[in-house]
Design a protein around this ligand. Sequence first.
Ligand SMILES: Cc1cc2nc3c(=O)[nH]c(=O)nc-3n(C[C@H](O)[C@H](O)[C@H](O)COP(=O)(O)OP(=O)(O)OC[C@H]3O[C@@H](n4cnc5c(N)ncnc54)[C@H](O)[C@@H]3O)c2cc1C
Length: 362
Amino acid sequence: MVVYDVAVLGGGVAAMSTAINACASLKLRTAVIQKTSKDVSVGEILPPAASAEIKLLLNWEQFTTKCALRSPGARIYWGDENGFDVDYMFGAYGDGWNIDRTHFEASLRARAEASGADIKEVFKVQSILKAIDGNWKIQFQRRSGKSTSLQARTLVVAAGARRTFSDLIGPREKHDSLVAYYRHYSGASTSQNEDVRLWLESTEFGWWYSAKLPQNRLVVAFLTDAGLFKGHPETVFESCLTSAKLTKRRIDDAKVAKINETRLCVAGTSSSISNWSHGVLAIGDSAFSTDPLRGTGIIRAMRQARLGSAAVFEHLNGDRLALERYKNILSAEFADYQKYLAAQYSREKRWQESAFWKSRRI
Ligand SMILES: Cc1cc2nc3c(=O)[nH]c(=O)nc-3n(C[C@H](O)[C@H](O)[C@H](O)COP(=O)(O)OP(=O)(O)OC[C@H]3O[C@@H](n4cnc5c(N)ncnc54)[C@H](O)[C@@H]3O)c2cc1C
């Protein structure tokens, strides 16, 4: 039986980026165990600095022509209704990118496979045990119902923010109860005069983002606390949109049509960093998930994949502190993020009595 150097549990940006780094750069025998899922990935806005990470993973020409729209910046209505612009033009990396998430993830998967990663699509992971020889034995069930197993010398969890694999990376610490109601529209023009940028707009019970996407689409999301609004997501979205005047006007002016029902998902901050079992590491949202206001979940997953796969390589070559160093970098990153987030929320001083804002200000 093949013993892989590393088994990666997951199938999104973090898992596929880890596989590309592990196979293409570090020549590690890598298996990816991906659970088949109907879930649609959410999150399409990449800051300019993401370009540097993407160039290490994908063909840049193909990314810019097939996966992404160039974005010159953001328009922020936060603190008052006048708004201000964040212009990427004078930054070190140039434009940001609004991506077609499905296409982007498919490109990462294709690159991981082309680099030699063995991708196993599974229906269910049945058990994960550490054997006496130190190898991990992972038993899983295929969609056909057949059970099979593989062995690996190290284990990476990159399966997102849900409470999966808590026996390996421990229980997650939840820091808030943020949720997102989101929708995609089609028919948005992407002519040169159109505003492709990310828009943020704060309202009394949460905040909104919207952005133009490839294939003439527009994404619109409302971030609020779980339990603040009862009712069907469709109704909550429509009724709350009336208080987001600028976002509503953007949708109306774009003359777009809704292409899917409003979806609801968890969007808050949670972390597993302090609880990982010895010899296991987590990458991307499995390590910690951040408020979409930060807008860096994808770049973070790609960066952690690069650092995490290097840590696995060093660990396999006898460096006993490599995994601990990786964990320390993430702990510092998470502490910085928490300070940043509180400062951003504190910039909105209206609605002093709103429970949503009160709980987030410093
Ligand atoms: C509303 C919202 C908006 C966001 N907007 C942005 C944005 O604009 N820009 C940005 O950078 N980030 C954004 N983010 C964050 C970003 O989407 C995440 O940080 C990013 O998806 C993390 O990637 P990941 O691979 O770690 O996890 P995920 O994308 O969640 O992928 C997890 C993968 O693991 C698989 N999996 C799950 N369970 C198992 C299992 N048991 N076995 C095997 N595989 C499993 C899943 O099928 C999936 O493929 C947003 C998040 C939310 C909620």
